[in-house]
Design a protein around this ligand. Structure first.
Ligand code: ATP
Length: 247
């Protein structure tokens, strides 16, 4: 991998891009994942490649929601595995959540490659390989989940999820947390907690919030979730894109 000097003005963005390229070479990320990365980079550029105050509020609400869950599952696709494998494992540990591999273009090879990659980054148990339950309303391959994973979960974190599946999961009554850089995309619009931020910034911040809230009472966690306004968070991100302001 080419060395990127720290003082390069877009160092973080270029490193992210290289991690996706490596993911494709390792068989973790799909070619469609490269296109998703390009789309994400465009929105991150417009957002100023920073975490907005409204996104940080969403990350705190997401951490509170994960801590309140009876059974939380963090969904990992090819881009997430390439960008934040260790960070997802840390978030799972900080919140007591399971990790499940969940792919748009599912192949056994890529499922195994991602599960191995997550284990290399410290995951004890990786779900998604059993595929013994279905999300209603989706075609066969995209509907597959684990019965004791996403199938059973009350709260799911789905970073960079496709719009149809995000809508179908919400339809199943799951409380959904979506991380996506595009506030106009259907997936964050289907979410109870949309997090408009880059997954490389959002996941470590959620973990920090979860650690910070580890001793909080359920009442306090419920208050943080109730005070979060999804519509306003989406509108704030859109305003930041249009005006360049701090929202
Ligand atoms: P939808 O079906 O929800 O309308 P879409 O067709 O726009 O979504 P895709 O191209 O399937 O979405 O997926 C890419 C999505 O993931 C984009 O919305 C993009 O902004 C987002 N994305 C890409 N990279 C990142 C990242 N690193 N962090 C957060 N979001 C990202």
């Amino acid at each position: 991998m080419t060395e990127i000097p720290d003082d390069h003005p877009r160092a973080a963005s270029l490193r992210t891009r290289h991690r996706i390229e490596d993911g494709v070479e390792k068989g973790i990320t799909s070619k469609q994942g490269l296109i998703a990365e390009g789309r994400g980079e465009a929105f991150d550029y417009l957002l100023g490649e920073r975490t907005l105050p409204s996104a940080d509020d969403a990350e705190r609400a997401a951490a509170a929601q994960l801590l309140l869950a009876d059974h939380a599952v963090l969904s990992v696709n090819g881009n997430v595995a390439a960008l934040v494998p260790g960070e997802m494992v840390e978030l799972a540990e900080a919140t007591g959540a399971d990790v499940e591999v969940n792919l748009f273009n599912r192949t056994d090879e890529r499922m195994d490659a991602i599960a191995d990659h997550l284990r290399d980054h410290g995951a004890d148990e990786v779900k998604g390989l059993a595929a013994d339950a279905r999300i209603p309303g989706l075609d066969h391959e995209r509907a597959k989940v684990d019965a004791d994973g996403i199938g059973d979960a009350d709260v799911v974190l789905v970073p960079l999820e496709d719009g149809d599946r995000a809508a179908a999961l919400a339809e199943m009554g799951k409380t959904e947390i979506v991380v996506d850089l595009n506030p106009m995309s259907r997936s964050p619009r289907a979410a109870a907690i949309p997090v408009i931020d880059n997954v490389v910034r959002a996941i470590p911040r959620m973990t920090e919030h979860a650690r910070d809230l580890a001793g909080a009472s359920d009442d306090e966690l419920e208050r943080i979730v109730a005070e979060f306004d999804a519509e306003e968070a989406l509108a704030a991100a859109e305003r930041a894109i249009r005006t360049g302001g701090d929202e």
